[in-house]
Design a protein around this ligand. Structure first.
Ligand SMILES: Nc1ncnc2c1ncn2[C@@H]1O[C@H](COP(=O)(O)OP(=O)(O)O)[C@@H](O)[C@H]1O
Ligand SMILES: [Mg+2]
Length: 479
């Protein structure tokens, strides 16, 4: 049985006496039937009932048990009542909205009476229907933690044009959730671009909808497609080319361009024979040779450019396989591909793209991502940041985020940080994410209509990588 017990600050306290089974994350409805209004609450914490004289009560029960034993074990109502008191709990709940005359409102000033109201548990699906949201492209992100078998069906279109963040400790299941989203998007005709630092987004069966690009093999950038400022900024920022050398290469570049002989090969040759300081020449040649040896930049025009990979009438996932690349080359590949991608989006020659960036701070600084976030709607870019380290993303990114998926965190510092940067109040956040079982995440924001839902994510077998490689075999780990 559930009953309205009290209200302290923002929390409603509901008394739960057996046999109800309400857990953290579940939803309750307090209704005042005559006035056709109700409050929707979500349980954020559970405490044992503590009443004055509790100790006395327990002793009374102990005594009662003795009496029962003497009375040859006949159950008495006093024992039952005692059991109920001991098993009773107080559910601390937060208001998630109100239903007034059949209409849903996010907030209300109404405080229900303790006398006239009834309290009952409601399913998440009931809440969703109460809120009247219609899923244009329904898709399941997993099962509800509290309702096994109850799928969390969300609207895929809510990811379109949105900034989404997936957070969790290493091995929590972030990439698996990202793959679920990629698969659903591709199945619905969307184009996804994945910055795949662990080579785990390629599918195990051959599929023309999933393309994995290996730098230097099926991913090469034509030298002619790279502008002078981009080329020079690469040498300067990634290869630490000193200012004096930059002036020289810039001059040589212009000369070659004027004469119509600009190519990677001729640039190198021209530098080798130029009347310049030996140190400058060596510095330039060394860096150009390094670039050439990677096979990433070539004079040849590749049959298919990186951008062509997205051109398809069907859905497509293009992933950059970056495992094994040094940090400099990883940055280089990402910079070149992002430049081309953004140029094509800007000019409108490419359809909107869903970009999945794993550990984005490792290869571009936050100012790059912040700039992208401010321009994403105009560009037609939907963003997904996936990271182990919540603090690697800036507050600006969190403030702009539409939906967020958080797996279990137990570290107080992480939780404190997240409660500062997400919309969710710190008590709900702490209660939810520090108690989340494995493979379960808290999903909130636009994707769940701002109702925080606890979701058990689904395993996927379609993708090749992503399995945790261990030295000790499973049999040993059972103990
Ligand atoms: N919902 C799930 N059910 C079963 N196994 C899962 C699930 N999610 C992830 N895994 C497994 O857990 C391991 C880590 O998952 P992964 O998504 O790579 O974690 P993360 O990206 O957070 O480090 C992988 O071996 C993956 O196959
Ligand atoms: Mg991962």
């Amino acid at each position: 049985m559930l009953a309205l017990f009290g209200k302290t600050g923002q929390y409603f306290e509901i008394l739960e006496t057996p046999p109800d089974e309400v857990n953290i994350g579940d939803f309750l409805e307090i209704s005042e039937v005559q006035l056709n209004r109700s409050l929707i609450l979500q349980v954020v914490d559970v405490a044992y009932l503590s009443i004055p004289g509790e100790l006395e009560e327990i002793m009374r029960l102990a005594k009662a048990q003795e009496i029962i034993v003497e009375n040859e074990g006949h159950n008495t109502s006093i024992e039952q009542f005692g059991d109920e008191i001991i098993s009773s709990k107080i559910l601390k709940c937060k208001v998630r909205g109100a239903l007034l005359n059949g209409h849903f409102y996010r907030s209300t000033l109404w405080v229900p009476s303790r006398y006239k109201t009834t309290v009952k548990k409601i399913s998440t699906n009931e809440i969703k229907s109460v809120m009247g949201n219609e899923n244009k492209i329904p898709f399941s992100i997993g099962e509800l933690l509290s309702e096994p078998g109850g799928n969390v069906v969300v609207d895929l279109t809510k990811l379109d044009g949105s900034l989404n963040i997936i957070l969790g400790r290493k091995g929590a299941g972030k990439s698996m959730l990202a793959k679920t989203l990629v698969k659903a998007l591709v199945n619905n005709g969307a184009k996804c671009f994945v910055i795949d630092i662990n080579n785990e987004y390629s599918v195990s069966h051959s599929s023309r909808n999933f393309v994995s690009l290996v730098p230097g093999k099926n991913l090469k950038f034509s030298f002619h497609s790279i502008s002078k400022p981009v080329f020079i900024s690469i040498l300067q920022n990634l290869f630490n080319l000193p200012q004096s050398s930059i002036m020289e290469i810039s001059r040589i570049w212009d000369r070659l361009k004027e004469s119509g002989h600009l190519s990677f090969k001729s640039l190198k040759k021209e530098i080798a024979f130029a009347q310049i300081n030996d140190y400058i020449r060596d510095a330039l040649i060394r860096r150009l040779e390094l670039l050439e040896s990677s096979g990433i930049i070539t004079d040849d025009l590749p049959e298919k450019t990186f951008i062509d990979e997205f051109r398809s009438s069907e859905g497509r996932c293009v992933s950059l396989m970056l495992r094994g690349q040094s940090s400099i080359f990883r940055k280089l590949i990402i910079q070149l591909s992002m430049n081309q991608l953004l140029e094509s989006l800007e000019s409108g020659s490419l359809e909107p793209i869903f970009l999945f960036a794993e550990e984005a701070h490792l290869y571009q600084d936050m100012s790059f991502w912040e700039d992208l976030v401010t321009r994403m709607r105009h560009l037609g870019l939907s963003l997904f940041f996936i990271t182990n380290e919540p603090e690697s993303l800036s507050k600006f990114i969190y403030r702009q985020s539409d939906s967020i998926f958080i797996f279990n965190y137990i570290n107080d510092n992480d939780i404190a940080f997240l409660s500062k940067v997400t919309d969710l109040d710190s008590d709900s956040l702490t209660a939810f994410i520090s108690n989340l079982p494995e493979r379960c995440c808290l999903a909130t924001g636009k994707i769940t209509n701002n109702i925080p839902l606890l979701v058990k994510t689904e395993p996927l077998n379609d993708f090749k990588g992503g399995f945790t490689r261990l030295f000790f075999k499973k049999e040993y780990l059972k103990f």
